[in-house]
Design a protein around this ligand. Sequence first.
Ligand code: SAH
Length: 417
Amino acid sequence: MPQAVPGDEVELLVLKTNKNYGFAKVTDIIAPSELRVAPPCEHFEKCGGCQLMTVDYSSQLDFKKNIVRDALLRLGKIDLEPDIIGMDCPERYRNKMVFPFAPDGSWGFYRQRSHDVIPLSDCLLGDALITEIMNAISNHIKKHNISVYDETAHKGIMRRAFLRTTDKEIMVVISANSDNIPRGDELISSITAISPKISSIILNINKKRTNLVLGDKNVTLWGKDVLSATLCGLSYEISPHSFFQVNPIQTEKLYGKAIELADISENDTVLDIYCGIGTISLTAAKTAKAVVGVEIVPEAIENAKENAKRNGIENAEFYCSAAEDIVPQLIKDGTTPDIVILDPPRKGSDEKTLSAIVSAKPKRIVYVSCNPATLARDAQFLVENGYTAKSVTAVDMFPHTVHIESVTLLVQTDSSI
Ligand code: SAH
């Protein structure tokens, strides 16, 4: 019942019932919960992106702790009391936003369960400069009557904008069903006038019938091809297609916790699976003997190798392949990780990768997860194969939403398996 807050007394309409759970909609709030707060965003009701915005922040943290605790217990039979690391200021934390355009050139978000675009004037989760840049692009579309892409007819030019900010720079990627943007030079001038932080404007050419955020081909219209960032004292370059954590303040806390739990010493070899542009690998390389990073996106691996060079790190190597193929191969070929760090996407890891990990008998496994359900499933597999789950720390990377990141330490306790 998405509109309700724990403790509310509501009148509701039951929409659907399943065996163990159902769906309902609030029709009236009879007595509001003590946890209820007025949502600070005027788009809250229509948008649906910030499911917890009507719950006060400390209760959001309790709620998320419960999600992690429940998932581990119910789905993984693991009984642990999570810690949680929240934010001091839980707004404007996102460094990446993707917005589609409405037929009239406004920018916005998709109405829930549809691809109708509802115009936005601001999003409180994103960096404030992102709103200014979106307004500039939207004004350009309106002023020159540039067509907006229509998914059904597969016609029109402007698809969406993908913006990423870092402590140093801003990258603007405009996805279009065309090889160029009409009056592109004028658009570049209006975007670059917004802030000296803007460092690249990229046209992403996407002529396919697809819902993927970005097409394959990028053309740099202005500035650099990659974006620079600093994280945990190291400097990084990021390509548009590479994954980069969206909340930099919390990412430093998350990585700090992961590295603390990994407890790496100078004789340890660390395997970092699903390594992205090598952020955890290179942080681990500072103390490890050697680090091996594995990742499926080629651009991310190129970034990781460049990032190692840029930071003068010589004890890290990177492989571009699916984890389920390369991890068993590496271990067969003699890589013997003392510590494994894994940070899979929402669908979690898989039995091929996990079986290969346990066959190598690392002393510690640090599992970074953005989905408590797949964490619980994978952690249960590791527990059944000689490991004990020692601690779990949730990190609130996505305040006001139901999403929660966590880091779990598993220690080898039965080497006979
Ligand atoms: N540890 C990194 C990235 C975590 S996100 C960071 O903190 O920035 C998960 C990463 O897994 C993404 O970079 C994604 O491209 C990669 N990935 C997804 N499926 C994969 C697979 N089957 N094998 C290897 N990497 C995969």
